[in-house]
Each structure stands twice: as C-alpha cells, then as structure tokens.
Design a protein around this ligand. Structure first.
Ligand SMILES: Cc1cc2nc3c(=O)[nH]c(=O)nc-3n(C[C@H](O)[C@H](O)[C@H](O)COP(=O)(O)OP(=O)(O)OC[C@H]3O[C@@H](n4cnc5c(N)ncnc54)[C@H](O)[C@@H]3O)c2cc1C
Length: 570
C-alpha cells in the first residue's frame, strides 16, 4: 500500500512563483488545504539568487509608460512574444511592486525617498526595481514571511516529486519521495500549479543553482503536456570566470562597460545607441564575435573571455549598490571589481521555453496550471528582457493561485485516482533507475551531456553542430548510467541526481530538436547558416509532445495585437 496524502491544491516549487501562488490561493480560499512541495528548503530555491531587479512602470510622472514597457518587451522577444500576454504582465506589475512593499519588501530608495529603479538591457526607461543587488533574496524572504500568516499553507520541504497523475483529462495527484525517509508517497488533490523553475543546468557553463534541472518540465512532458519554444535559451553576457556565477546586468545598468583586448568598448559597433544595455542576445553575440575575431582575452583556465570594467564607478557606489557582485568577484575569482576589471563570457542563464500554457497559465490538462520559469505562456518570446522574469513569477503566481483556488471552491469532486499509474511510476523509478545496473558513472555522463549542450547549442548555432549534438546526446543516453550505487533510504541524493539526469536527457533532446527545426535567427536562437529572421516561415511557437518513440513537433500561432514585426535594432 502506497502512503497517501490528501490536499486541495498542490504547488510544486517554492520559488517566487510557487510562494506568490500559495499566498494568493490562501487569501482567496482560506478553507482549502494547500501544500507547497519542494525538493529544496524554501530559501534554497534559485529565485533567491536573482540579483538585478524586477521590471515595473512606477513613475509615469517621470515619463515611463505602460506602452513603452510593452513595446520594449515585444521588441526584446524579437516579435515572438504573445502581445496580449505581455500587456497583462506589464499592466499587473506596478501593483505587485507595491503589494510586496506592503508585505515588508525593503526596496532600495532614491534620495527623494521613492522606490529605486535602475537601467537594464533593452529598456527605454530605467524600470528595474531593485533592492541592492539581492532582489530575489529580499523578495523570497518577503513572500516566505507572508506565507506564515496563513494557517492553510503547509510546506513539504525536501520532497522530490516524480510524476503528475491525471485521468487523461483531469488532474488527480502527484507521486513524490520524502527525501528524509526515502518513502514513496502519492498526493491526491483537485488542482496543481507547477512552479519548478528553469532548467539551465542542462548546460555546463551556467548561472543556475545545481538543483535547476528539468525534472519539473519533464514530469509535465511525460504526462502529455507540450513543451513550448525550448530552442530559445538565453545566454547572459556576463558569467564570471571560471565558475559562471552571474554578474548582474545591474552592473552595466549602473554604468559598467565591456572591453576587448584592444581596450575598446566594442559594443559601439554592434548597438550604437544602447551599447552594453542592448538586449542580452545582442550583447552575447557581439562578445562571441569579438572572441572569434581574435579580440578576446585568455583566462588563466584557457577559456576565452572579455573584460567587464566597473572601476570608474568607484568603490563607494559598488559597495552601496552592487555589494553581492563585489563579494562574488572577490570570493570566486579573487578580484575586487573596484580595482580590476573582471573576466566574463556569455553563460546559460534562462529558458524562454517551458510548459505550454495559455495567457492564464492553464496547461492542456484540466486542473493543472504552470507559473514562473517552468511555464511558457509566451511572455518572453525568443528573448527575455532582464528583470521581466521575477516580474513574471509574481504576476502568474498570483493569477494561477487565484484561478486554481476558484476552481477548487467551485469545482466538482476529483476523478477516481488511477492507481495503475502509480504502479507504473514506481516501476519506472525503482526498477528502471534505483535498482538499475551498469558501468557508466552518471555524474560523468551528466558532465558530458552538459558539455555537449555547451559546445553544440550555444550562442551561435549551425545545422551541423545541432545535428551532431543530437546524435551525441542520443548515443550518450544509451550508456549504462541508470543505476544508483548508494542504497541508503534517507537523503539519497544519488537517487535524485540520477532521476534529474534522466529528465535532462529528454529535455536536452527537445531543445536540440527545436533548434534544428527553426531554420532562422530570432532572439536568442542565432543560426549562422540562417542569419536572418524569417517571419514568413517561422513566426510561430514550437510545441513538442512526448512519445515513447520519437518526440512529436507541432507549431502554435503567435498572438500579435498592436505591433507588427519590424527589424530589431538597438
Ligand atoms: C543567478 C540568477 C540571477 C537572476 N537575476 C534575475 C533578476 O535580477 N531579475 C529577474 O527578473 N530574473 C532574474 N533571474 C531569473 C529569475 O530569478 C528566475 O527565472 C525565477 O526566480 C524563477 O523562479 P521560479 O519560482 O519559477 O523557480 P525557482 O526559484 O527556480 O524554484 C524552483 C522550485 O522548484 C522546486 N523543484 C524543482 N524540481 C522539483 C521536483 N522534482 N520536486 C519538488 N520540487 C522541485 C525547487 O525545489 C524550487 O523550490 C535570475 C536567475 C539566475 C539564475
């Protein structure tokens, strides 16, 4: 008999999206039972490491407008963003900033006492609302504190969710492992919000937390939900060497600039008006072009890089506004950015794609919503603007929390729980993985997989590289890595790591397939063999569905309301 827990609403993921959803659901429906399930402790979710800001139009009196934030985002998305969804993000954001403020968020302040905002890439107004350079940490703390006010939110920390259970149409529950005991459970409930975050650890050079693997995307995918636009992976210009830890765009927002080995601010050539604050895809491509044409530096580790110079900002400003950047540079590369430029190169930072949802975050299964980075409601299209992601988590955390709570309050009893699916899932993870055997070391295989992604599907892509990458990933998958050598029950991270790797293979395949299919360059997807955007053939979203043989690709229309696609220049 499998242990079972009954709730009304399950939220998988305790990052910004999951916590915001929990608060909204608890507010709307104080009598429903809500579980927030997370494979980590709440404050270990990747959201705590968001540094630079959260975008919102706060100061129309100073000239900012909703329309300008909408257009910047549409343009940033290279016209693949759904414009109705973008309008929703932008119009809901100002109240989210004030809502956080009312819950205790310590936003940084201007001299005149108003909430502080800084410049960020791709924006025509400095609208990245910030709290030093630790915006995610403070937002998470504020939301987690607020959750404590509600008796009906229960946290299941360090529970690893393995699958979504439904009857073909409607949601029924989840399967999960309580990591402290190793016990397998089912959760039965009426509604689910998937808020499992991004999956950037499929790349070896990455700004993400080690736990940012695609298990959340994969459980939706295996359950029949489509993954959308996965070929669009954002490479942030400034990953510090050697680790890849992020140096926030806020550093350039405060006036930092990039130099090549001739000492030139090379961005002048690529984005004459926005310079270092062009959108991220544009800056990353410029950096790799400089490196390819011999104007990069060599880091001690042999890796090519460029310099990010902050010295002219002065130590005082750096300490006051960018303290985390200074700490990261000192601790992880031994450099004080007040004295010396730091070595940086483009690094995997965000997945524009995710679980296919509509404008309200609803997936293709009734009773299942997705929010935050795991979801793809198409707000970012082919390239996300910095500071729009924490914003997205807040807005769709709120929307999905509210809709799921209403669905539960108004809804019918859930369908009978299909127990045979639980048996199938137990077989998959215990017979297929836990009791597996084989000689290949799953940690080495993981490293190899992430290096293939880095080498074959990075900033610039070609058919030859992508096809080769897919072949290598599929060959690697055949190796005998599906086994767990640590047989402990309690905190068996070996087991969860191999389950994560299993999900990485499926999602890496989807990224590569989408990238091969999309024979154009748009946003973060830059094909040197198809250097132009091709609206005639590719102004469309991709959807990929799981199939036991080969993934099935489809397309999905882009919603264009006001802004016809034009060439993107910065
Ligand atoms: C270094 C860094 C800096 C950033 N800076 C900014 C910024 O300044 N501004 C901005 O707008 N955006 C920024 N971003 C992006 C933004 O922070 C993220 O997109 C956002 O925080 C994601 O939040 P989330 O709630 O979707 O998921 P996350 O915060 O990633 O949380 C995912 C949750 O899912 C849980 N989970 C995953 N799989 C399972 C499973 N199998 N079982 C149980 N639980 C599971 C995890 O435990 C975790 O709680 C940054 C990202 C990074 C990596």
């Amino acid at each position: 008999m499998v242990n079972s827990i009954e709730k009304d609403l399950l939220i998988v993921g305790s990052g910004l999206a999951g916590l915001r959803a929990a608060i909204q659901a608890a507010k709307i429906a104080p009598h429903i039972k809500i579980a927030v399930i997370s494979k980590l402790q709440v404050m270990r979710s990747h959201s705590v490491s968001a540094e630079g800001g959260t975008a919102a139009v706060l100061y129309p009196e100073d000239g900012d407008t909703i329309e300008s934030h909408v257009y910047d985002t549409v343009k940033g998305s290279d016209f693949l963003g759904d414009q109705d969804v973008i309008e929703k993000l932008v119009s809901e954001m100002p109240s989210e900033v004030y809502q956080l403020e009312h819950w205790g968020m310590p936003w940084s302040r201007r001299e005149d006492g108003r909430i502080g905002q800084r410049n960020f890439g791709g924006y025509s107004f400095p609208r990245a609302t910030f709290a030093q350079d630790k915006v995610g940490f403070y937002e998470m703390q504020t939301l987690y504190d607020t959750c404590q006010k509600f008796d009906n939110i229960e946290f299941y920390n360090e529970w690893f969710v393995t699958s979504v259970v439904h009857d073909g149409q409607r949601f029924c529950g989840l399967t999960a492992i309580e990591m402290s005991s190793g016990t397998f459970y089912t959760f039965k409930a009426k509604a689910l919000i998937i808020a499992t975050g991004g999956a950037g650890r499929v790349y070896s050079f990455s700004t993400y937390a080690l736990a940012s693997t695609p298990d959340g995307l994969d459980m939706a995918y295996r359950a029949g939900m489509a993954l959308k636009d996965m070929e669009f992976v954002q490479f942030h210009p400034t990953g510090i060497l050697p680790s890849g830890i992020l140096i926030t765009e806020g550093a350039r927002g405060e006036g930092g600039y990039l130099l090549n080995n001739k000492g030139e601010r090379f961005m002048k050539k690529y984005a004459p008006s926005k310079l270092e604050l062009a959108s991220r895809d544009v800056v990353s491509r410029a950096m790799i072009t400089e490196i390819n044409e011999g104007r990069g530096y060599k880091h001690d580790t042999g890796v090519d890089c460029l310099k990010l110079d902050l010295r002219h900002l002065g130590k005082e400003l750096i300490i006051q506004k960018l303290p985390a950047i200074r700490e990261i540079s000192l601790k992880f590369s031994g450099i004080d950015p007040a004295d010396e430029p730091v070595d940086v190169r483009p690094v995997c930072h965000y997945m524009m794609g995710g679980i296919h949802t509509n404008i309200d975050g609803a997936t293709e299964i009734q009773g299942v919503w997705a929010a935050g980075e795991a979801a793809c409601n198409s707000v970012h299209g082919a390239n996300r603007l910095g500071a729009n992601s924490t914003a997205e988590c807040l807005v769709w955390g709120k929307i999905t929390g509210e809709l799921a709570a209403k669905y539960i309050v108004e809804g019918k009893a859930p369908p009978p729980f299909p127990l045979h699916l639980v048996t199938t899932e137990e077989k998959r993870i215990y017979d297929g993985i836990f009791r597996g055997t084989g000689g290949a070391n799953p940690y080495e295989v993981r490293q190899e997989l992430t290096e293939i992604m880095n080498n074959k599907a990075y900033v610039f892509r070609t058919e030859t590289d992508l096809v080769e990458g897919l072949k290598l990933v599929r060959e690697l998958r055949q190796k005998t890595w599906k086994h767990v050598d640590d047989k402990a029950k309690e905190y068996n991270t070996n087991f969860t790591n191999v389950m994560e790797l299993d999900s990485m293979f499926r999602v890496a395949e989807v990224i590569l397939m989408g990238a091969i299919w999309r024979k154009e360059s748009r946003g973060a997807h830059a094909r040197t063999d198809y250097p132009d955007r091709d609206d005639k053939n590719f102004l469309t979203h991709t959807l990929v569905y799981y199939d036991t043989k080969e993934p099935v690709m489809k397309t999905h229309p882009v919603t264009i309301t006001k802004y016809k696609p034009v060439e993107r220049k910065y």
